[in-house]
Every structure is written in C-alpha cells, then in structure tokens.
Design a protein around this ligand. Structure first.
Ligand SMILES: NC(=O)c1ccc[n+]([C@@H]2O[C@H](COP(=O)([O-])OP(=O)(O)OC[C@H]3O[C@@H](n4cnc5c(N)ncnc54)[C@H](O)[C@@H]3O)[C@@H](O)[C@H]2O)c1
Length: 341
C-alpha cells in the first residue's frame, strides 16, 4: 500500500485489461502501479491511453518482485491464468484472475491450494455476479419470493467467429480448454451462485455445427444438485444471433424468467408477469460488464480482511463443473459424478 492506496499490477494489456483499468481508475482506494505485457508496446500504449504513471514491463518476474504491487490482476490469455495466479500468490500478492482461471483439474487444484497456502485474497472474475439483473434474481431467490427452488436453467448463447480478436487462442483446446471453460463458465457459475448449491452429477452432449472450433462449440448439459434441484445449461458458440444470456428459476411459490417474475408470495393477485427494470447481462462487450462493482468488492475484501464469495476456492467448483461436462461429452453423454477429485 502506498499513500493508503492498494497497488494494482495489470498483467496482459489487451481488451479486458482496458475495462479493468477503467474501473480501477474510478476507485480512489486503488492505484495502478504496473502494467506488463509480453508485447511491451501494448503495455506502453495502455499506460499512455490512460495517462498512467506506472512501471511498464514485459517481464512478469519483475512484477512479482515489485514491493509496490499488492494485487496482480491477471488479464493475459486463458492458458496463462493459472501459472501467473500461482506465481503471484507464492510471491504474497493478492490475486484477481480473469475467467477461466484454469484449464485442467491439476491447474485448478494447484491454484486453489497456492492461494490458500499464501493466505492472500483472491477473486475470479465471474463478473455476472455483479450484474444488476443477476443481483436482483439472487435477492429474490434468497428472500424466498419464489419458495423452494426445484429447477434452474442458464444459457450462454454467443456466436464467436474467426473475426474475433482472440480467435486463434479461443478456437483451440490447448489455449481455451473447451466451450464451457471459454465462455459457458459464466452460465455454470450462475447455476451455482443463484441456487447456493453444488452440482453432484452431469450428463452432457455437444456438437460442432460449423467445424470451426477444435472442441464441441455447442453444449447442453443436465445437472443434478446435492439438494435435489435439477437444472439445464447450454452454451452455443455457433449460433447466429445477438449475445443472449438466459436465466430461468422455478420454485414452489413462483418463477423467474430473466427480469420477469411470477410470485404467489410477493404478488398474490398477479394475473400476468411482473417485469423489473434492470440491466440484463445480454452483452459480450467488456465496457458493459460491471467491473466497477467487482473491483470495488475486491478492494473491500482486501482492506477489511474478508474473503470474497467469488474467491478461487469457490470458483474451483465452477471450473470443476466445466471439466466434468467436457468429460461427459467425451464419454458419449454418460453421467459424471462430482466432485471429480
Ligand atoms: N470476465 C469476462 O467477462 C471476460 C471478458 C473478456 C475477456 N475475458 C478473459 O480475459 C482474458 C484476456 O482476454 P482479452 O480478450 O483481453 O485478450 P487480448 O488478446 O485482447 O489480451 C491479452 C493480452 O495478453 C498479452 N499476453 C500474452 N502473453 C502474455 C504473458 N505471458 N504475460 C502478459 N501478457 C501476455 C497479449 O499480448 C495481449 O495484449 C481471456 O482469458 C478471456 O477469457 C473475460
């Protein structure tokens, strides 16, 4: 901490990093002290764009050795997240890591254990937990407005094409993992976050309609939760439509369909759906994502010595679910039990 401000190091100065930087700059409790990128000129450009007075680097070890750095904000490509997150934790830095934080169960476990051993704070960037519609749905479910939840569905439908700036990385197994790790993890995280429950069994099938990805681009999975809740989730990367994130939750006293509510408890005289005005999560644009609230939450966790509900120990389970779904697809849709290890 310098002058009472938490020192932030951004690792990887690409698209999402610019959105992170905008949010850090809005927060008076944070100061960006370092930007690093394997392509140094990218770090330089970003610092110039935001008028940052900070260290510019292409060497990640220098970031770890810098005493002004309190938080390493890992915005590099997905296949580097676990190794940078683990190294940051081992250097005693708090870790904010973009999704997916790991591409294999081994990376998932080692990152979780490294953060726990170092005793640093962590946050995995499942940014939809701060989306206003998701927050309202969570509040309605937790307050019992729809009674006891027995079904949930979440869907991530976003056609990703070869024109995407990160196509070479996103389309390959080695650097993206699979459709769930690349993108559907947001939908899987919403399943867990909104129910407050863990999945114990999955059955999944997938296809690759356009043959552009090295893995199944389109996936549907049936899930069973510990409490008996049943659910469904799908990820469509081959779809032709505007980005859509769908949430349905059914309970014994009502139902929520995105921002539409049916609740015998709240509206006993209801004759049609009640709609609440909000910001839906229906955009893939990082400038639409609620990073301001996410960063403010993480700073509060650090300054008040609290654990985040979205720390790597929690996100471990979302990543485990992504990998379980991939294993079920590889096994012809046969059920896979969780936990995997
Ligand atoms: N939470 C979200 O909703 C969300 C949204 C967008 C992207 N993301 C995630 O953010 C990550 C980055 O995505 P992006 O679209 O910004 O990618 P990008 O290609 O725009 O940026 C990645 C940057 O990392 C740099 N880089 C490569 N190797 C590096 C290394 N070893 N050390 C430091 N920097 C390195 C690249 O040069 C590039 O500038 C991805 O994992 C993606 O899944 C998350």
């Amino acid at each position: 901490m310098t002058n009472g401000k938490v020192g932030i190091a951004i690792s990887g100065a690409g698209w999402v990093a610019h959105a992170h930087a905008r949010s850090w700059l809005k927060n008076p409790q944070a100061r960006i002290v370092s930007v690093n990128d394997i392509r140094r000129e990218r770090a330089q450009q970003m610092a110039a764009e935001f008028g940052l007075d900070c260290a510019i680097r292409d060497n990640f070890d220098e970031v770890l050795a810098d005493p002004c750095v309190d938080v390493v904000d890992v915005c590099s490509p997905s296949h580097l997240h676990a190794q940078q997150g683990i190294a940051a934790a081992q250097a005693g830095k708090h870790v904010l890591v973009e999704k997916p934080m790991a591409l294999t169960m081994e990376e998932n476990r080692v990152l979780r254990d490294a953060v726990a051993k170092a005793g640093v704070k962590s946050l995995t960037s499942f940014v939809l937990r701060w989306n206003p519609a998701v927050q309202t749905i969570k509040s309605l479910v937790d307050s019992g407005a729809i009674g006891k939840v027995f079904f949930i569905e979440t869907d991530y439908w976003h056609g990703i094409k070869p024109t995407h700036h990160a196509w070479d990385l996103h389309s390959k197994r080695k650097t993206a993992g699979n459709a769930m790790l690349l993108a559907g993890c947001h939908a899987l995280d919403a399943l867990r976050w909104l129910t407050g429950d863990e999945v114990v069994e999955v059955e999944a099938v997938g296809n690759n309609q356009k043959g552009l990805f090295e893995y199944e681009a389109n996936v549907v999975a049936m899930v069973k939760f510990r409490s008996g809740i049943i659910g469904k989730t799908s990820t469509l990367l081959d779809c032709e439509m505007a980005y859509t994130f769908n949430i349905d939750v059914a309970g014994t006293e009502g139902t929520i369909r995105n921002n539409r509510v049916w609740s015998k408890k709240l509206f006993p005289g209801q004759t049609s759906w009640t709609t609440f005005p909000t910001v839906l999560p229906d955009s893939a644009d990082v400038s639409h994502h609620p990073f301001d609230a996410e960063m403010a939450h993480f700073l509060e966790c650090i300054l008040k010595n609290r654990e985040s509900h979205c720390n790597v120990a929690d996100a471990y389970h979302t990543h485990e679910l992504c990998i379980a779904i991939d294993r079920s697809i590889a096994n012809g849709g046969r059920p896979v039990r969780l936990p995997l290890e």
